[in-house]
Design a protein around this ligand. Structure first.
Ligand code: H79
Length: 420
């Protein structure tokens, strides 16, 4: 899972999944919003005045914070600036077709109104609202697929969950009981109370058995047959494969897969993480992933007040503007015929091959190596008014003559029509 080779192995072990029509919306979506939001947004990367290295949502484990002490954060969680419509609208503006939000992360705190524990946002915080209800309504209204992240093995709050060996004795844990009597009822709640759910995003399978993974997949599909399950359910039993966190496979492979990724270096909000990737880098990663057949699930970490950091908002809006111009070359596409060249990437759809040029040549002449298909025309995806671009074919391949000045500072998509 973590590395390129193992995602390939995971994909190989999933026979027949490629033809599963339930994945069609997700295959066409190509770009989703990940949201890591929980109590960890309060410490925001600091504990007792000291900066804590690593990803923000791991502060409880990193500092071995006792359950009773970490729990007290709930009494201070009051994200009055939370606005479901604005978050979903941002995803829309960014061109993201699905939204995956932490219903329960490893810290065990439930960000939805659960009847299985009082350790949840409705019962344990001054906020008292169920943000998942509000997001479900907003997603319905705006046509975004709502999906839930749910940590099925690690739960540092539950005595039988995986990961907390400072409050609880590992040897005394009943993991099977925790799955049966806590995880499954919670998955039931998430699939019963929030309308249609696009997918459940499980994480860190750890030592979950194949039978246990299978029973969770079956439960999800029984409650909502259309709901997908990601690869981290474990034992290669998900509907699609998951690359490692922030890992982009080196090559294309013919499977359904996704890269979950951060814009800076944390998932949960961290006050002092300003290591933001540029919009250009993010767009190149999106194109790279899509050219290899994957989806890009790009994370934001809202603050404890309920704001998505401005740096994330600015980048997402710029990505959305680029997709507004070039979405034809991304959505609904499959990997292109040319792979493994450094100045750009290719995607394809029906009788069109899209060449995404990262480094625009100074003379505007784009050389595309021969890929064995009959190309009959070329145009700039973002500029239909520019009309057909001059196209010559010689022994080396295609020569497309575009404008001498860089058409798009992030990436320029050229559509090549094929003679079918
Ligand atoms: O939800 C996000 C992460 O919290 C979760 N997956 C993404 C989508 C994740 N779970 N486990 N991991 C990531 C691997 C985490 C490893 C580390 Fe650490 C956490 C390295 C640094 C902090 C554990 C604690 C190892 C060293 C300290």
């Amino acid at each position: 899972m973590a590395e390129d080779g193992s995602i390939r192995e995971e994909a190989r072990q999933r026979p027949g999944a490629r033809g599963d029509q339930r994945l069609n919306w997700w295959r066409d979506a190509r770009f989703g919003m990940f949201i890591h939001w929980g109590l960890y947004a309060i410490p925001a990367g600091q504990w007792r005045g000291k900066p804590i290295p690593g990803i923000g949502e791991w502060v409880m484990l990193r500092e071995r914070i006792p359950v009773r002490e970490y729990e007290s954060l709930a009494g201070r969680f009051n994200p009055t600036r939370f606005d479901a419509d604005a978050w979903v609208s941002l995803a829309k503006q960014a061109g993201q077709k699905y939204l995956v939000i932490t219903a329960k992360h490893h810290d065990g705190f439930c960000m939805y109104g659960s009847n299985e524990t009082e350790y949840n946002i409705v019962d344990a915080t001054p906020f008292g609202r169920d943000p998942m209800k509000e997001l479900a309504r907003a997603c319905q209204e705006q046509g975004v697929h709502l999906c839930f992240y749910y940590s099925q093995t690690q739960d540092w709050h539950h005595p039988d969950g995986d990961g907390n060996d400072w409050d609880y004795d590992d040897a005394k844990k009943d993991f099977a009981g925790y799955l049966e009597h806590y995880v499954k009822p919670q998955v039931r709640e998430l699939l019963a109370n929030y309308g249609p759910i696009g997918l459940i995003w499980f994480d860190t399978p750890k030592r979950i058995s194949a039978a246990q993974s299978r029973s969770l997949v079956d439960l999800v599909h029984e409650l909502q047959p259309g709901c997908l399950v990601n690869g981290r359910i474990g034992n290669a039993l998900g509907d699609y494969a998951e690359a490692g966190d922030n890992a982009i496979p080196a090559e294309l492979f013919d499977a359904d897969w996704e890269t979950p990724a951060t814009i800076n270096d944390t998932w949960g909000y961290k006050h002092d993480d300003h290591n933001w990737k540029s919009t250009g880098e993010l767009i190149h990663k999106l194109v790279d992933i899509v050219s290899k057949g994957g989806n890009y699930l790009l994370n934001v970490g809202p603050t404890a007040e309920g704001d998505i950091p401005h740096a994330s908002v600015a980048r997402l809006k710029e990505m959305g503007q680029w997709l507004e111009r070039n979405g034809e070359a991304i959505y609904g596409t499959r990997p292109g015929p040319l792979q493994g060249f450094d100045w750009g990437r290719t995607t394809a759809k029906y009788d069109t091959v899209y060449v995404h040029v990262f480094d625009w040549p100074a003379d505007g002449k784009v050389r595309v190596p021969d890929f064995g298909q009959n190309v009959t025309g070329a145009r700039l995806v973002a500029d239909p008014a520019a009309g057909a671009l001059p196209l010559t074919i010689d022994a080396e391949g295609l020569l497309v003559e575009g404008p001498a000045s860089t058409p798009d500072r992030f990436a320029t998509a050229i559509a090549l029509s094929l003679n079918s």
